[in-house]
Design a protein around this ligand. Structure first.
Ligand code: HEM
Length: 220
């Protein structure tokens, strides 16, 4: 099945709580002009992504280890290794230009996990900035070689530009979807608050929902 044939409205995973906004992947892809050609274009960078993603992730996690605000989310190096492994798995879909159901379920889980631990979008977006920095730099170096822009490129400039631009669009889609989950979670928390106004725990929920993003919301 092609990616585009599965660009339908996302299905809610089992156990998903009601009331969430439908995430119209097809509409998003269409608006950002990430079409079948763009997805094919992303695939031309697949081997580069496979080779360079671990290096980009190492740079990201090196930065994370130096930043107490985000290092605190990890209990050990093994914990970091697990998150890194999960991130690599998610990138398989991205570098395949595959934004079908499997991809959507994964990004939904990522958003939910991040929202539950209280990771603000600032850090998620910042993390992506480091990863993308590495991937783009590595791709330009690979295409134009050490001789810079004047040596013979491996891919035609137009094709290469399209591939890079499509990859950036894919990352933006990813951020949009993950952050939409945060917004959904915040709405769910507000609804819970309304329902529980009369209960003794209402004050606690009021304190949590008054903050800009859901932080460490418990499973209900
Ligand atoms: C400073 C930024 C970030 C922090 C602190 C962070 C933190 C975490 C933590 C603590 C987990 C749970 C790991 C576990 O217990 O197994 C996690 C899961 C995950 N994160 Fe992040 N993350 C960040 C950025 C990102 C970015 C940029 C991506 C890009 C795709 C990403 C993708 C994932 C994935 C795929 C999972 C696994 C979700 C699952 O359970 O299936 N994270 N993250």
């Amino acid at each position: 099945m092609t990616a585009s044939s599965r660009h339908t409205e996302m299905s809610h995973p089992p156990g998903d709580r009601g009331g969430r906004k439908q995430q119209d992947i097809g509409g998003r892809l269409q608006f950002m002009q990430l079409d079948a050609n763009s997805c094919a274009s992303i695939r031309t960078l697949k081997s580069l992504v496979e080779r360079e993603l671990p290096v980009g992730l190492d740079k990201f996690y090196a930065q994370l280890r130096q930043s107490p605000e985000v290092k605190r989310f990890f209990s050990s190096e093994e914990h970091i290794a697990r998150a890194k492994g999960a991130q690599m798995g998610h990138w398989t879909n991205i570098s395949n230009g595959d934004f079908g159901d499997d991809y959507v379920q994964k990004i939904r889980t990522i958003g939910t996990v991040h929202a539950r631990i209280g990771l603000e979008p600032q850090w998620y977006i910042g993390g992506y900035a480091i990863i993308l920095d590495h991937l783009i730099t590595a791709a330009v170096e690979q295409n134009y070689g050490k001789g810079g822009m004047f040596s013979k490129p491996a891919m035609k400039t137009g094709d290469f530009a399209k591939a890079l631009a499509s990859l950036v669009k894919a990352v933006m889609l990813d951020m949009d979807l993950a952050i939409s989950v945060y917004i959904d979670e915040a709405e769910i928390a507000k609804k819970r608050l309304r329902r529980r106004r009369s209960s003794p725990s209402a004050d606690w929920y009021a304190a949590v929902s008054a903050r800009p993003w859901p932080r460490s919301l418990p499973r209900m």
